[in-house]
Ligand binder design. Structure first.
Ligand code: SAH
Length: 358
């Protein structure tokens, strides 16, 4: 075994306490203060491990910004407000959104900018783009103001819990260590809380794997409850499924290729598909109204991405025009990010369906 520092820490932990819950393994791989994946590096971009939509094109952040403006105007331009982002990466999305918002009289004057970010490396990158933002380590710390929030590829990075259906019932999956490798192991007794699994999943056949993301549900309910109380709106964009369904979606990506989630902990990005049905349920639990999800392609086209691409292309060289066309395809085509990625809208209860969710 190659033996990095996090691996040594995990092996010791498992030797001392026995197998650890998968959620605990994932949380340490991503967020261990010294050796966690996000704590030690900027994973984004061509030289990193993966490329996200705001890094593909400025059009993504601009259109999301204009969606927030549309919500702000629909609520009769409240002031003061918080414009916030969960897991802002390099700050690219927010920088593009704020540039688009300069054309909306009064909105930026009313706003303070808030980032929920745990990675010191990415906080530094964000501070370079947006020095006047406010940073928080948890969404609970956001101010009590009308909240206009976006989260792109944030929920897929939160730790999940997995269960497997056995003759004994739904047993939680843990991570053990045997013969020099991390291996999944099943809890010997059925989980007491399997009632939390959606009915569509509890009916699954023997051997099926079910996933839940309790942290994600708690964060989305908190956001929904702020929006229900203070007003505002939110967009959650991520890859995942519209309906809760059984399946093991834990995946590792390193250098733009799939890797083994149980190898080289802390050195690969670990994610799981987002269960949008469960998120929408969490939104309702927080007292707000979920909209969608709709495919990212459908959503961006409804918001006018084609017109925006045409506008950018008009002043561009032929090489640039080609790049704009490629970015448009990458963001919207269903064999690219257009269908796998989905958009969930959140508004206060009783609002009309917002732009893109008609
Ligand atoms: N939204 C950006 C980055 C996506 S990567 C983009 O689209 O390019 C995931 C982001 O979430 C990173 O900024 C990472 O540091 C942050 N993150 C991951 N887990 C987090 C947590 N538990 N709390 C706050 N931020 C987190």
């Amino acid at each position: 075994m190659s033996g990095n520092a996090l691996e040594a820490h995990l092996v010791r932990l498992i030797r001392e306490t026995g197998p650890i819950p998968l959620s605990h393994y994932m949380a340490l791989c991503l967020g261990h203060p010294e050796h966690g994946y996000y704590m030690t590096r900027d994973p984004l971009g061509a030289r990193g491990d993966f490329v996200t939509a705001p890094e593909v094109s400025q059009m993504f952040g601009e259109l999301l910004g204009l969606w927030l403006a549309d919500r702000w105007l629909a609520e009769r331009s409240p002031s003061p407000i918080a414009i916030a982002e969960l897991g802002p990466g390099r700050g690219t999305l927010m920088a593009d959104a704020l540039r688009a918002l300069r054309s909306v009289p009064g909105m930026l004057d009313a706003a303070s900018i808030h980032f929920v970010e745990t990675s010191p490396v990415l906080r530094a990158a964000q501070r370079e783009r947006l020095p006047d933002a406010h940073w928080h380590s948890s969404a609970d710390e956001l101010p009590d103001l009308p909240l206009f929030l976006v989260a792109n590829e944030f929920f897929d990075a939160l730790p999940i819990t997995q269960y497997q259906r056995t003759e004994r019932g739904w047993c939680e999956r843990y991570v053990g260590y045997a013969e020099g490798r991390f291996v999944p192991v099943l809890a010997p007794v059925a989980a007491a809380n399997d009632k939390a699994l959606p009915p569509a999943i509890t009916a699954a056949a023997g051997g099926a794997i079910a996933e839940t993301c309790p942290v994600g549900i708690s964060i989305i309910s908190g956001i929904a409850s702020r929006i229900a109380t203070h007003g505002g709106g939110a967009l959650v964009i991520d890859y995942g499924h519209e309906r809760s369904a059984p399946g093991d979606t834990l995946q590792a990506v390193r250098n733009h290729a799939f890797a083994d989630p149980f190898e080289a902990p802390g050195e690969a990005d670990l994610t799981a598909h987002v269960d949008f049905e469960a998120l929408a349920h969490g939104v309702r639990g927080g007292g707000a109204t979920p909209h969608g999800p709709v495919g990212q392609g459908t959503f961006l086209c409804a918001l006018g991405i084609e017109a925006r691409a045409g506008q950018l292309a008009r002043n561009a060289s032929s090489t640039q025009r080609e790049a704009i066309g490629q970015a448009l395809r990458r963001l919207t085509a269903s064999d690219e990010m257009g269908s796998l990625f989905k958009v969930l809208g959140i508004t206060p209860p009783g609002s009309e369906p917002p732009a893109g969710f008609a």
